[in-house]
Design a protein around this ligand. Structure first.
Ligand SMILES: Nc1ncnc2c1ncn2[C@@H]1O[C@H](COP(=O)(O)OP(=O)(O)O)[C@@H](O)[C@H]1O
Ligand SMILES: Nc1ccn([C@@H]2O[C@H](COP(=O)(O)OP(=O)(O)O)[C@@H](O)[C@H]2O)c(=O)n1
Length: 407
């Protein structure tokens, strides 16, 4: 009647989004993409259990998790200076073990238990951390223990569903959410108040004019600046870019902030830009260098770890265009091979952004951005092969614009 379930639960030095597939019963391999150090603790919950000790095990587990929660809330948030740099704190642990077949037919098979300790993304000034649990019990014998379903129900009630929820927090996809986020940090970052003031003035004028709106998206150095300028000249259009000029002087400030604040800045930029687009589209065609798809794709790619399979599934809500944001008529996604992009970056020779450096070091990050772009919906991106010469790319792009927009 003995079941052996070896559980090792580990919370790493940072609280990254854990790549679940990299966890095994022996160790936890955290793939960190965040450099913020938060806390370090390693907990070995239990080593060996028998049926009779299952009940005890869950209690022990629960108490341990409560302990972590209290430890984090009472000690780390208020006192640790690194709270200031904590912006994403999610950890996942999964544990499983094979149990030998047992007598009596009441148990056997594989025991698996998964735990998720999820902290909501935390802004510097207003930690909104909380711990919630998800627990799955697939060990047949556990069904007979009354405590397990009750515990599971309690855990699920307070459950935040892991990385996807963190993603939604990181990506404020409506004006009220953007305003709330900026308001939260305005006491510490005066520029947030300025952005908020501009945003509040802009959200009224969101109706587009009769001229088409064409957005260009793509990774850095795929040729957006080059082609948007050429299209502007060719169509006698208005060229706008995100974040818009009226707030771009504060960009470096927000780029150093934790994800939720940083993305709130870019999201606000899109809404502010929308009113400029609306106005300009009454006068001429509007060409836009980056818009919502950039904000979404970069957020998704940096909040999710590992390869593209870990991205939220196709059709997930995170790929939807925000309901309250002015839609463009056409979105063109410029793509180039990694080699060509590297050549162009080298040739351009500008200082690399943090994301650019990360992309170079991590080709999975680049793949996640591109795949997120491809999954965006309503409007979806139309892909353009931007490997050919500038003239050829311009020709292709103009043909697409003529085909899709009334020009
Ligand atoms: N089709 C192209 N073929 C070759 N080089 C290009 C092409 N388009 C752009 N470039 C060059 O690549 C570099 C990056 O282009 P840029 O327009 O600044 O990209 P982005 O705005 O997407 O970062 C620039 O030096 C530019 O001259
Ligand atoms: N609408 C936007 C525009 C930019 N961004 C962010 O800004 C970065 C790219 O800005 P950039 O100025 O380097 O763009 P390009 O010079 O490549 O056109 C992206 O990596 C995004 O993180 C965003 O999130 N949303």
């Amino acid at each position: 009647m003995h079941e052996k379930l070896k559980v090792r639960y580990h919370i790493g030095g940072t609280f990254p989004v854990i790549d679940r597939e990299k966890w095994d019963s022996e160790s936890c391999n955290f793939s960190c993409f965040s450099s913020y150090t938060f806390a370090k603790c390693e907990i070995h919950i239990l080593d060996c259990i028998t049926h009779s000790s299952c009940h005890k095990m869950y209690k022990q587990l629960f108490v341990t998790i409560l302990f972590i929660y209290l430890f984090v809330c009472l000690f780390i948030f208020p006192f640790t200076p690194s709270t200031a740099s904590l912006h994403r704190a999610i950890s996942h642990g999964e544990c499983s073990g094979d149990s030998p077949a047992s007598g009596g037919g009441s148990s056997g098979g594989t025991a698996s238990l998964s735990l998720s300790v999820c902290f909501s993304p935390v802004t510097r000034a207003f930690p909104v951390g909380g711990v919630s649990f998800v627990s799955h019990f697939s060990l047949p014998s556990l069904k007979h223990i009354g405590f397990a379903p009750r515990l599971r129900a309690v855990m699920l009630r307070s459950c935040a569903r892991g990385p996807q929820d963190a993603l939604r927090c990181a990506l404020p996809a409506a004006v009220p959410a953007v305003c709330d986020r900026l308001r939260e940090c305005a006491a510490r970052i005066p520029e947030a108040r300025e952005v908020l003031t501009i945003l509040e003035k802009c959200t009224k004028q969101q109706c587009k004019g009769d001229f088409p709106i064409v957005v260009f998206e793509g990774l850095d150095a795929t040729g957006k600046t080059t082609v948007t300028q050429a299209v502007k000249d060719a169509l006698d259009a208005v060229l706008l870019r995100s974040p818009p000029a009226c707030i771009s002087q504060w960009r470096t400030i927000f780029d150093d902030e934790p994800t939720p604040i940083r993305r709130a800045f870019y999201a606000a930029g899109n809404y502010i830009l929308a009113s400029e687009i609306a106005k300009a589209s009454t006068q001429a065609p509007v060409i836009v260098d980056r818009y919502w798809h950039s904000t979404a794709a970069y957020t998704i790619a940096s909040e999710i770890n590992g390869n593209v399979q870990n991205l939220p599934p196709v059709q997930d809500g995170v790929y939807q265009w925000p309901e309250d944001l002015l839609k463009p008529d056409l979105v063109l996604l410029l793509t180039v091979s990694p080699e060509e992009r590297a050549r162009r970056l080298e040739h351009r020779g500008l200082e690399k952004t943090k994301e650019e450096a990360e992309m170079e070091a991590n080709s999975l990050f680049r793949q996640r951005i591109e795949e997120s772009y491809r999954r965006m919906m309503n409007p979806a991106c139309q892909e353009v092969d931007a490997n050919p010469s500038k003239e050829e790319v311009l020709k292709t792009v103009l043909q697409l614009i003529k085909k899709h927009c009334a020009l």
